[in-house]
Design a protein around this ligand. Structure first.
Ligand code: FAD
Length: 450
């Protein structure tokens, strides 16, 4: 039988190993810890949680992360089963006791007859065999360099610079309007690719005051070592001068507000479409290290965004990730070396749960390929499907930044009403649709995977 090699025994690598091993494939996990350390990991355990001990919401009817939990449990996921076993009381969230959690993940994999672990750093891209690379946000520098040599420097980032992402439907279009600067673009779609929110002088001054006063997070010790090349957070731009943003991402030129054609805006915040579905918009140039609570308060001061709902908040972190929309196929294989799959945070998803979910998929897909059994197509209307579709095809490649799972990634449902009540019904309908598609997909594999 052929072996599957998995580089990295974190959230994604552990789950991938479990899924493939259960399908009858022999798996070797290559993990560099504890020999080679990262600035965030503290142990040599597989499945170590590097920061918070939360897998976020466990609500599988109204929350997209909760839906991912549900799908992973249905697929006999190791990360979810272990999280459930070491669950701590935390209201609607799934919090876990981190050390016993990682110890159980490690012991369970070590006890599996099809799994072995080799404690070593992998420093080059393998030329043959079946591989999954799941080395995470802190991929070692030697392997990072090897990946960059394969993909080109532009296609592998070492920091993310995440601007907040907003649900399009929550933007007040009686204040905002669609227009590209100087109406640039060949097509009507391009000429209206941006959504603009105008500010007068008082609003701008109040916004700058709030930015300067907001609580910020700091980089961890060791996080920026030799890397961060300065994609400035908006609050740092504001610190450099009260006018800096007005001459930078908030410049008001080349735009006319159809709601007030005679009034020249003092500053304009621009949002850009973030996915092909047009359900998500990011705020252009607004990467920030403001704390989450402060971000929502400050950003809702922007005219048109008073009621904004956020699909994800901004951040800047040390984070090694691929430009997956250009590099990976729908099965997470590298176009240029299809014997190598990527999984986990390095594919441009963000978070423990999303990373483990991408490991679950990669493990199953790799196992099916090794066994030589055709895998039924993954339905896009599942949480796994929506997320993998986003990173490998739905997202804008040019501005690609890591993504959390959220309902904005799901194909819209026909005929569902807006508003708060409507939203509850819609989320329930999304999760119902996903559960049924996921169950069918798993059932169709029983003949494929053992
Ligand atoms: P990891 O879990 O990091 O696993 C990757 C593994 O690969 C590691 O064990 C590493 O040692 C190993 N490895 C790396 N390079 C090599 C190599 N060359 N050879 C062999 N092995 C290698 N997510 C959250 O959901 N909540 C949080 O609070 C949170 N906080 C974070 C804080 C920090 C400082 C960082 C860096 C990330 C944080 N994340 C958080 C993101 C989190 O890291 C991911 O969600 C998750 O751990 C990613 O899973 P993964 O399997 O892709 O990577």
């Amino acid at each position: 039988t052929q072996e599957l090699h998995i580089v990295g025994g974190g959230m994604a690598g552990s789950e991938a190993a479990w899924q493939a091993a259960n399908a009858g494939v022999r798996v070797v996990i290559h993990e560099m810890r504890p020999k080679v350390e990262t600035f965030a990991h503290k142990t040599g355990n597989l499945g170590e949680m590097v920061c918070s001990n939360s897998f976020r919401s466990d609500d599988d009817e109204q929350n997209a992360v909760g839906l991912l939990h549900w799908e992973m449990r249905q697929a006999n996921g190791l990360i979810m089963a272990t999280a459930d076993r070491h669950r701590l009381p935390a209201g609607g969230a799934l919090a876990v006791d981190r050390d016993p959690f990682a110890e159980t993940v490690t012991a369970t994999l070590m006890a599996h007859p099809n799994v072995s672990v080799s404690y070593e750093e992998v420093t080059a891209l393998p030329e043959d065999g079946n591989w999954i690379i799941a080395t995470g946000p802190l991929t070692s520098s030697a392997l990072g360099a090897a990946i960059q040599a394969e993909t080109g420097a532009e296609a592998l980032a070492f920091f993310d610079a995440i601007a907040p992402i907003i649900y399009a439907e929550s933007i007040d279009m009686s204040k905002a309007w669609m227009q590209s600067r100087y109406d640039k673009g060949e097509t009507e779609e391009e000429r209206t690719a941006y959504l603009n929110c105008p500010m007068d002088k008082d609003q701008y001054e109040a916004f700058i005051d709030a930015l300067l006063a907001a609580d910020k997070t700091e980089f961890h010790e060791g996080e920026t070592a030799g890397y961060f090349d300065g994609c400035l957070p908006i609050e740092v731009m504001a610190e450099r001068g009260r006018e800096t943003l007005r001459f930078g991402p908030m410049k008001p030129v080349g735009l006319t507000n159809p709601h007030q054609p005679d009034v020249k805006a003092y500053a304009v915040v621009q949002l850009r479409r973030d996915n092909a579905l047009g359900t998500l918009y990011n705020i252009v140039g607004f990467q920030t290290k403001m704390k989450y609570g402060a971000q929502t308060d400050v950003l809702r001061m922007i005219p048109g965004l008073e009621e904004a709902r956020f699909a994800r908040l901004g951040g800047i972190h040390r984070n090694t990730f691929l430009n997956s929309p250009t590099l990976l196929d729908a099965q997470m294989r590298l176009h240029s070396k299809p014997h190598i799959r990527f999984a986990g945070q390095i594919t441009g998803v963000e978070g423990y749960v999303e990373s483990a979910a991408m490991g679950l998929l990669a493990g199953r897909l790799a196992a099916a390929e090794i066994i030589g059994a055709p895998m039924p197509d993954l339905p896009q209307d599942t949480a796994h499907g929506a997320l993998v579709h986003h990173i490998t095809g739905g997202a804008e490649a040019k501005t690609f930044q890591p993504m959390n799972v959220n309902f904005g990634l799901f194909r819209p449902l026909d005929g569902m009403k807006g508003g708060r009540r409507g939203r509850k019904d819609r989320y329930k309908a999304y999760t119902d649709r996903a559960k049924s598609a996921w169950s069918d997909w798993l059932a169709a594999q029983t003949s494929v995977l053992a």
